[in-house]
Design a protein around this ligand. Structure first.
Ligand code: GAL
Length: 695
């Protein structure tokens, strides 16, 4: 039934006049929020009452409603059907469940694509994608932009004062399927972006290095996206295209967000990120949100999936500048989109969820509440599986609800860390451009390896931008920073000079923000800081390894390195650079800058980073065997802290701790300062840091 867009009769809420920053503190949900995506429009009305009852049983406090409901909410252009959503909002409110209401703009309905065919995205090859799945829109389409803002406005007008509304969920996973569109509309928007960035054609031609291959532009209209070309497209064109495409999607988000803020200034706005998604520079996005949220899906076949989970959670906390964030989606068990969708083992759901909480999440949500009956995701797990409540998944969902209630006091506390890893999207885009010395230099594996080495030692890491204040860190790790701005290079240099300690990976500091080589000897921006000069790169053959003088091995990359001020800490003992330095260390100002000129094997990386951590006074919150994750969160007063101990091993562990379990095995006797954590189990201790640690 089509209803005009009028608000339902709900008691008005008192407007709050808080600054937006404080919206990050979760005004409307007490403790750690718990829930998932709820798609009632896939189910008959009779199911909704059962849903609400079971949500209560599981301790659900927040659900995201209507992510893919555009076709149902606006069945024909300009006519709205809010009747069903009115009922759902009221029902959820009556059961004490808050709603993170989606603007439903992630999947334009069939009428939209038919009416506005030019809004469909186009590939690099000039091929239009068809509707019939989801996310079939061009980010630069004015028709899409207008229609999405209209729908967001209609929803805000209707539900802005509904007492169930706790947050706005704009769109869904921007760019996860269509991060870039190469159509003419996008080309025009790209030109506007470039004009704003460079001002005039002379600066633009200079930045793109168009003297090369007769690429000089004499009119803005000649400029195109990097569509399919006979040979390598201009690298700076490609780099700016990544920048533009990330910004253009951000403009879609901003347009909806501004419409929502206009009507509901006191309701926080979020959109769900997808962790380390290459096309979207989330550092530039995060500052535009009130609350940072993320979706994380474990790769079932990855034996180190729990390390990758930790890494993503730490990145998200970095995006949120250390403030609590929302785990908007993860899975109770199998997903539907991996080649082999492994079910989670008993206890894994809980372990994974609490890993996120340990690393700063103040909300644990799943995709989705009730497993779908039809559609592409019908074999994706849900909180309520096809098997119903007599199932492992449901029992664990209910148990987790109880666990999160027990951890309510942890909400709002901050994660402690002395180590930062520098992460940078433009550097990622640039280092993986074509026509480089080796196709084997990939950004994420380098980040992952450094992260994993620290994880294995129980060291919690913050993810930071290269140009942010680093002074509070004892150690900063730069896995790869091929492209670096003047400001970021100066920041890293100043950090070390003031007494900081830095570890830098190979092929860093090489180009400026336009991908132009910094002349005068590699590693350009970091030559002085590292006290080295690289004469020539010697990338290795695929799968080739070289031996290092400390017993380790290197792969992917080597280089002819001269020490100018640095000292050699390891040499190549075979390979093309026999006898040349492989690793160096340079005293610079009051600090030290270490350099790794090859990709180190994991055991060597563990040892090298471990020794550096020892030297600079970085340690794990407690001593524990390998495979036992331990992370500390501390409340605002600084007096109370919470230690999360997550046992990923198959053995029981007995650890020395100071504090009492607020979650764990009731059998533990805390008087003796020990905690026993069963294989696969989790313990959370409220610490008494004043008490002496018994070792
Ligand atoms: C996410 C998406 C959800 C659902 C889920 C399945 O990427 O936001 O809508 O598709 O994946 O794992």
């Amino acid at each position: 039934m089509a209803n005009p867009a009028v608000p339902p009769s709900q008691p008005p809420r008192a407007p709050r006049s808080t600054p937006r920053e404080s919206l990050r503190t979760w005004p409307n949900i007490a403790g750690i929020a718990y829930g998932g995506d709820y798609n009632p429009d896939q189910w008959p009305e009779a199911t909704w009452v059962e849903d609400a009852r079971l949500m209560q049983e599981a301790g659900v406090s927040m659900v995201t409603v209507g992510v893919f409901s555009w076709a149902r909410l606006e069945p024909t252009e300009g006519t709205y059907d809010f009747g069903w959503l009115d009922q759902v909002m009221d029902l959820l409110h009556a059961h004490g469940i808050g709603v993170d209401l989606a603007t439903a703009t992630a999947s334009p309905p069939p009428w939209f694509s038919r009416r506005y065919p030019q809004s469909l995205p186009e590939t690099r090859e000039g091929h239009r994608l068809w509707p019939g799945s989801r996310q079939a829109y061009c980010p630069s389409s004015p028709d899409y932009r207008a229609a999405s803002v209209r729908l967001a406005t209609a929803l805000a007008t209707r539900y802005g004062k509904h007492p169930a509304l706790v947050m706005w969920h704009v769109n869904n996973e921007y760019g996860c399927h269509v991060p870039q569109c190469f159509c003419d509309e996008s080309a025009a928007a790209f030109r506007r972006f470039l004009q704003a960035r460079y001002g005039d054609l002379a600066r633009f031609n200079d930045a793109w290095g168009t003297a090369f291959w007769s690429q000089h532009y004499s009119d803005w209209d000649e400029v195109l996206p990097p569509r399919s070309t006979p040979a390598h497209p201009n690298p700076t064109q490609q780099l700016d295209w990544w920048r533009f495409s990330s910004d253009e999607l951000l403009n879609c988000f901003r347009a909806e967000r501004d419409a929502l803020r206009e009507i509901t200034p006191d309701i926080p706005v979020t959109t769900n990120f997808v962790g380390m998604l290459k096309p979207i520079d989330y550092f530039s996005w995060a500052r535009e949100e009130d609350v940072v949220s993320n979706d994380h899906y474990l790769i079932g076949e990855d034996p180190d999936g729990h390390i990758e989970l930790s890494m993503t959670a730490d990145l998200i906390r970095g995006l949120a500048a250390g403030t609590p964030w929302v785990l908007m989606e993860h899975s109770t068990s199998a997903v539907n989109w991996q080649p082999r969708n492994l079910a989670k083992q008993p206890g894994q759901l809980r372990r994974n969820s609490l890993q996120h909480v340990a690393r700063g999440a103040d909300a644990v949500c799943f995709f989705q509440w009730r497993a779908s009956r039809s559609g592409a995701e019908k074999f994706h797990s849900g909180m309520l599986p096809h098997a119903g409540t007599d199932s492992k998944v449901w029992r664990e969902v209910v148990e987790l609800g109880g666990n999160l209630r027990a951890l309510a006091e942890v909400a709002g506390s901050r994660v402690e860390s002395d180590v930062a890893i520098v992460f940078d999207w433009p550097a990622w885009w640039a280092v993986e451009l074509d026509s480089h010395p080796s196709v084997d230099v990939e950004y994420l594996p380098l980040v992952r390896e450094m992260y994993a080495a620290l994880w294995r030692q129980g060291i919690t890491v913050d993810f930071v931008r290269p140009d942010q204040d680093l002074s509070r860190y004892k150690l900063v790790v730069v896995p790869s920073l091929y492209l670096v701005s003047e400001a970021a290079a100066a920041n890293l240099t100043q950090y070390v000079s003031a007494g900081g300690h830095l570890v830098c990976g190979f092929f860093s500091g090489i180009v400026d923000v336009n991908d132009a080589v910094r002349l005068g000897g590699y590693p350009g921006a970091f030559r002085q800081l590292l006290g080295i000069r690289i004469e020539e790169f010697f990338p290795l053959r695929q799968a080739e390894t070289v031996a290092l003088s400390d017993g380790g091995t290197g792969s992917v990359w080597t280089e002819a390195l001269h020490c100018e001020a640095a000292e050699v800490t390891a040499r190549y003992v075979d390979g093309p650079l026999l006898g040349w330095p492989a690793r160096t260390s340079n005293r610079f100002g009051d600090g030290t800058a270490h350099y790794l000129s090859t990709r180190h094997d994991p055991a060597t990386l563990d040892r090298v980073l471990g020794q550096i951590c020892d030297r600079v006074g970085v340690s794990s919150p407690i001593i524990a065997p390998a495979g036992v994750e331990r992370v500390r969160r501390r409340d605002a007063s600084g007096n109370t802290s919470y230690l999360f101990v997550i046992n990923h091993t198959e053995r029981e562990v007995d650890l020395v701790v100071a504090g009492a379990e607020i979650l764990g095995d009731a059998m533990n006797d805390h008087a003796d300062g020990h905690v026993v954590v069963a294989p696969g189990a989790v313990a959370v201790l409220k610490e008494n840091l004043a008490a002496p640690h018994k070792e």
